[in-house]
Design a protein around this ligand. Sequence first.
Ligand code: ATP
Ligand code: ZN
Length: 299
Amino acid sequence: MDKDSRLKLAIQKSGRLTDHSLDLLGRCGLKLSRGKDQLMAFGENLPLDVLFVRDDDIPDLVQEDVSDLGLVGLNVLEERRLEMAARGATARFEVLRPLDFGHCRLSLAVPEGMAWKDLSSIAGLRIATTYPALLASFLKQNGITAEIVTLSGAVEIAPRLGRADMICDLVSSGSTLQANHLREVHTILKSQVVLIRTPVKLPEFKESWISRLLLRIDGVEQVKESKYIMLHAPRSALPRIRELLPGSESPTIIPLEGSPDKVAVHAVCRENVFWETLESLKAAGASALLVLPVEKMLN
Ligand code: ATP
Ligand code: ZN
């Protein structure tokens, strides 16, 4: 297949980001030819193929335009950026969009029994992490001297093994910390998945497909919480009802045949519509309330 005619997008092969990444692409209308067991899946209906790789490889693959696009956690991206900076190189991948999944934070945590006052408590301690560049940059920014113990995994057991005094690791719910009797004390970086692209200027055809993909991604992200709401109301109740509709722009007002002082109101609400809102709308005079999920939206 002609290299200029198909986009490549790298995603995590197997891990926390895989299902969400595939789900996002599916919502953007992409149908893939085969499962995630192969290195690459062919986009059957769009000129877009998916590469399945380790998440840590995604920044380099995109920077070097082996892949045009990538979905990767900001934590991995920033670690790579700092690593390159430390070697005097400049990272050139470009962040196109933050996405609403893979939320986590890189945090410092200490063993439950350990005394903790503030950041000055770190001085002189050994901190285990798989993110040495982010940790080093944080320590430097805060003028703290401590020893970084770089591990490739299982950071949370390092204090118990006596390899470190505390850790710097990714946290989402905090249950792993709790299970290992660790207490989160400070967040270094808030992270989520981002869509990145190569710095290389691509042929017009590929550039135009990146723009189309971005519009679809924006549409998918927008409708996530959106609801379409329909109701009947006396015309006099409209001002109050418009106030109550959560995150909606101008609603459509339709006269009701045979009831001159009643109208139907249709609106897209950019936030979830809760029972409490429906109850308030009813109290304001609305009837025949209907809330529908929004599947696609294009602005
Ligand atoms: P790979 O084999 O691809 O290198 P991995 O072990 O590095 O996999 P995962 O544990 O699947 O990666 O995590 C992938 C990404 O998920 C992380 O880089 C981070 O952006 C995000 N993430 C979200 N919550 C968490 C969490 N609680 N712990 C670790 N990563 C998390
Ligand atoms: Zn990884």
